[in-house]
Design a protein. Structure first.
Length: 249
């Protein structure tokens, strides 16, 4: 949005600048709100990982885990925010030769790492060991469903969003239902429990999404949380409007 200062009286130049700054902050917040890469509550120096579900779909006929890693990496690169993280992206999935833990560098002994989806909400704490962990928990996820690379929740017919996993809820390959097998284990990204990773199995020719997970991320310093940016923009806008009213009188 272009605001021409010449439209304002000379005494109102400062007010115009305030309004321009507020509008600029507001528009930036809206345009980037769909992809939160430093979630609220994460402090500078904290480590965390991001999980998303791909908006694109594919079959599960390949037995090569690299094919699925490339697929989720391509999906992540569709988001400028995710691409800017300069991290690796791997599929949260298992083939007969590579299980999900080996592919993603996760460890069942990890009880601390926080996992967020691209909408900025915490979905799990730790890989295993508690009801709020990624694997093995009675209620696996804190949040309801997992968002796409663009921070959007996509729910299919009958509130079902199916995802290839080849993995069970303990973080291991499903025998005779891994990626590349005739039938492959799937999860439902809209489920807030064990079914997010293992709910059923379907023929490998179906077109479904995949989960992508980032490498370990470290929150940088000097980046305000989204709420801080919104508050600053609102404050500037209020000050500018009050000054305009006062000048009008």
């Amino acid at each position: 949005m272009n605001i021409k200062l010449s439209f304002y009286p000379r005494s109102n130049h400062f007010t115009a600048l305030l309004l321009a700054a507020a509008l600029s902050l507001g528009s930036a917040t809206v345009s980037h709100a769909a992809s939160i890469i430093v979630p609220a509550g994460v402090q500078p120096g904290d480590t965390y990982r991001i999980i998303f579900v791909t908006s694109a779909k594919r079959n599960a006929t390949s037995s090569n885990i690299a094919d699925y890693n490339q697929f989720v990496t391509n999906a992540a690169n569709l988001s400028p925010e995710l691409q800017s993280l300069n991290t690796t992206w791997t599929a949260l999935a298992s083939t007969s030769a590579t299980n999900v833990l080996a592919n993603t560098g996760l460890s069942l002994s990890d009880t601390n790492t926080r996992f967020f989806h691209t909408f900025g909400q915490l979905i799990a704490t730790g890989v295993s060991g508690s009801n709020s962990s990624l694997f093995g928990g009675a209620t696996t996820l804190h949040g309801a469903r997992i968002s796409t690379e663009a921070g959007v929740f996509v729910i299919g017919p009958n509130n079902v969003s199916l995802v290839w996993t080849g993995t069970n809820d303990e973080g291991d390959t499903v025998a005779q239902a891994f990626l590349g097998n005739d039938r492959v284990s799937i999860g439902n990204s809209s489920m807030p429990d064990r079914r997010w990773i293992a709910v059923s199995s379907v023929p490998n020719s179906e077109q479904l999404s995949l989960y992508g997970v980032s490498g370990v991320l470290t929150a940088p310093s000097g980046i305000p949380e989204p709420s801080t940016v919104i508050l600053l923009g609102s404050t500037l806008l209020a000050v500018g409007l009050a000054r305009l009213r006062r000048n009008a009188r």
